[in-house]
Design a protein around this ligand. Structure first.
Ligand code: APR
Ligand code: PHB
Length: 391
């Protein structure tokens, strides 16, 4: 089989790239290791920057997002037992973020791909990439015991942090930067109305970080910072709700509506960047190239901006035989990636309890938060990063 762009991975990056290329008349095939149901079963973040919403519109998959997503004009910070709003909308000249689950967005992209009759191979085993430093790259995989080979012009590595694409690049050709944080996030999903339907709440307390988020007006997503070696089994629903309330201001704590969890998991926090993001005719996009800690919700949005740059570069290549976009791809992405890495690291550092900083660290964080909510300059810097820096 032959195609113009072979996309490895059917997460948000791969699906969105496939859709944008298809709109521009560029053939593509997606090869995914898991089943479609498995991909849809993963619980991920759900805050979209305006840039991401615009891109979903361009891809023609924003109808349900507009109907069901919730617009947030502000975010809220809790420290010293008090809740403070930051007017993101007012501070950024009218920009907002939209709460819409990544799972829903993935669903919309899958439906659009199916409706357009575009080829997607799910449950592909032993995917491998070959000759991406030549003009004729190839992808091999196995499906139902049969060997297959796809010949293509370009390979898009949209296969996430544990994918095969980045791992296939010779060690000497890639530089990796990493920071691992000394705690995790315990997340709970529950079918209860969110305590704060119009703003995400980020809490800094002496007991550790807390976060109140949502998937819809009837489904909430909450998190508390926890030790990395905690096990989910140690956290009954009751213990979780109790701990969450203790990490909120009294008024908010009192309004939390609890219910049985429908998902509960512990995730480590990591910052990671691989440079460059292009190797001949192989491009990395999304989690395959970089990871941010979830504080600030940049992971999905960075994946979307990589895909924007990559689709434009490939469209220019096929339409005008211009290499300019593909040559600039890595540097353009990394400039935006590092700014989001900086923001996510900063917000993580500001909001969490670190094992080695004790009381002094807590007071310094509270002083910075006090400055942040009372200084227009500092609030503006937070707000413009939160809604997403311009492309
Ligand atoms: N072959 C084929 N597919 C693979 C392989 C492989 N060897 N390895 C991984 N995959 C698939 C995974 O099963 C997954 O469906 O690649 C896909 C990668 O999807 P994601 O991990 O979701 O990464 P990405 O699409 O870049 O999404 C961006 O932003 O909010 C963050 O981490 C969150 O998933 C989110 C990401
Ligand atoms: C989420 O809704 O899962 C979420 C929201 C905001 C974050 C991180 C995660 O910063």
């Amino acid at each position: 089989m032959r195609t113009q762009v072979a996309i490895i991975g059917a997460g948000p990056s791969g699906l969105l790239l496939g859709q944008l290329l298809h709109k521009a008349g560029i053939d593509n095939i997606i090869i995914e290791r898991q089943s479609g149901e498995y991909v849809l079963g993963r619980i991920r973040a759900g805050i979209l920057e305006q840039v991401t919403v615009d891109l979903l519109e361009e891809a023609g998959v924003a109808a349900r997002l507009h109907a069901e997503g919730t617009i947030h004009h502000s975010i809220e910070l809790i420290f010293r037992q008090q809740r403070h709003a930051i007017d993101v909308h007012g501070l950024t000249g009218g920009k907002v973020v939209t709460a819409y689950g990544q799972t829903e967005m993935t669903h919309d992209l899958m439906d659009a791909r199916q409706a357009a009759g575009l080829p997607t191979v799910y449950e592909a085993a032993n995917v491998s990439i070959h000759d991406y430093d030549s003009a004729r790259p190839r992808v091999r995989y196995e499906k139902d015991g049969q060997h297959h080979e796809v010949e293509c012009d370009f390979i898009a590595g949209c296969d996430g942090f544990h994918g095969v694409c980045r791992a296939s690049v010779p060690k000497g050709a890639i530089t990796e930067f990493e920071k691992v944080y000394p705690f995790g996030w315990l997340g709970v999903l529950a079918d209860v109305p969110p305590v704060s339907p119009h703003a995400i709440i980020y809490g800094n307390t002496e007991r550790g970080f807390s976060l109140c988020s949502m998937r819809s007006l009837t489904r909430s997503r909450y998190y508390v910072q926890c030790p990395l070696d905690d096990k989910v089994e140690q956290w009954s629903d009751e213990r979780f709700w109790d701990e969450l309330r203790r990490r909120l201001d009294p008024e908010t704590a009192q309004r939390v509506i609890t219910g049985p969890s429908i998902e509960k998991s512990i995730a480590p926090l990591r910052s990671f960047v691989a440079e460059p993001m292009r190797f001949g005719r192989l491009f990395l996009a999304g989690d395959a190239a970089h990871i941010v800690p979830p504080t600030g919700a940049k992971g999905l949005n960075l994946a979307a901006s990589d895909v924007k740059y990559l689709s434009q570069a490939l469209i220019d290549y096929f339409a005008e035989k211009s290499d300019a976009g593909i040559d600039a791809y890595s540097a353009r992405c990394l400039a935006r990636v590092w700014k989001a890495e900086r923001f996510s690291w900063w917000l993580t550092t500001l909001m969490h309890r670190f094992p080695d900083t004790e009381g002094f660290g807590q007071r310094v964080q509270e002083a910075e938060l006090d400055y942040l909510v009372n200084s227009r300059a500092a609030s503006t810097a937070l707000a413009e990063n939160y809604v997403g820096l311009p492309l």
